[in-house]
Design a protein around this ligand. Structure first.
Ligand SMILES: NCc1[nH]cc(CCC(=O)O)c1CC(=O)O
Length: 324
């Protein structure tokens, strides 16, 4: 196949059947049509096993569940590409055989935000009374909330962003009455729900997840036509930053209960700045490392260096100290 196959050949995009995933596919479809106006795009939505499962995801096989089924469809040739939140792509296993991220879109806001129930006058985490319940599913967020507010009761919520917000508003049954919830800025923005955000955490207050806010466009390595098409959307800076973060994550060899944060930015002079943190479950123990790369060309060196520094400070013991 060659780069001239489009638009004659259709493009099937495999995606989770969630409003967030569909919004992301919509965004990508729009960008692709700017390159190839006549492109025949077919969206192939899948309800993954992880979507159907209401229990603890760890019991289903842990990380990467939401992306695995889509990747298998891509490997089998049932679809031609996929759009993944890089945050959801496991960092401790190699890329699925035969697949590549051909492009990364320019990164959206990486920060986490605090939401409160409709009608609540609480504005920030600091406003919440002792013992208040804050919902999140991410161990990284829980550790960082409890690090500054050990008195808060952090409870797990799962499910689609919209139904989580319904739980916050008391529109769906929850074991606890919720006083607040932490979600990703990027996800809320894509769902046009940022009006619900009360506090946007600065990265110094809550270090983001590795890959936060970045979308990866995945295809088969040997599908030159699709790879060529997607590469035209690649945002070099995002690719470099995400690479540094993922090298860090990979080297730490976390498990699905590991509170790990990593955040890389390109400074105005072009230097890469990478921070990494590893926490105990309640955030009372943590290690932190921050280093700079000399140029945009060494995200792998930088990721390895920050990883080595975290391990030197005892990250392994913290990770192994958490049941998994
Ligand atoms: N954990 C699920 C998930 N994966 C990616 C996003 C949002 C987009 C992103 O941060 O890249 C979300 C929702 C959330 O964490 O609130």
């Amino acid at each position: 196949m060659s780069a001239t196959d489009f638009p004659a050949r259709g493009l099937r995009i495999g995606t989770r059947n969630s409003p967030l995933a569909l919004a992301q596919v919509d965004q990508v479809s729009g960008l692709l049509r700017k390159i190839e106006p006549a492109l025949d795009i077919e969206v192939v939505p899948v309800t993954t096993e992880a979507d159907k499962w209401q229990g603890d995801l760890a019991q289903l096989g842990g990380k990467g569940l939401f992306v695995r089924e889509i990747d298998q469809m891509l490997q089998r040739g049932q679809v031609d590409m996929a759009v993944h939140c890089i945050k959801d792509v496991p960092g401790d296993v190699p890329m699925p055989r035969g697949l590549i991220f051909a492009a990364y879109l320019p990164r959206d806001d990486v920060r986490d935000v605090l939401l409160v129930p409709e009608g609540s006058d609480m504005r920030t985490l600091a406003d919440l009374p002792p013992g208040a319940s804050v919902a999140t599913s991410a161990v990284r967020r829980k550790a960082q909330i409890n690090r500054v507010r050990p008195d808060l009761n952090v409870v797990r919520v799962r499910g689609l962003v919209g139904s989580r917000i319904d739980k916050l508003d008391g529109l769906r049954p929850m074991d606890h009455k919720l006083d607040a919830m932490v979600l990703a800025h990027a996800g809320l923005e894509r769902l046009d729900l940022m009006h619900r955000a009360r506090q946007v955490f600065e990265v110094g207050e809550m270090l983001p997840a590795v890959g936060a806010g970045a979308l990866g466009l995945e295809c088969r390595k040997d599908d030159d036509a699709v790879a060529y098409l997607l590469q035209q959307l690649n945002h070099e800076r995002t690719m470099v930053e995400v690479t540094a973060e993922r090298v860090l994550l990979h080297g730490l060899r976390g498990h699905c209960n590991s509170p790990i944060a990593g955040h890389c930015v390109t400074e105005p002079d072009g230097q890469l700045s990478l921070r990494g943190m590893v926490f105990s479950r309640d955030g009372s123990k943590f290690v932190h490392a921050h280093s700079w790369g000399e140029s945009m060309n060494d995200p792998v060196v930088l990721g390895s260096r920050v990883c080595a520094e975290l391990l030197r400070q005892g990250a392994r013991d913290i990770i192994e100290g958490i049941p998994h």
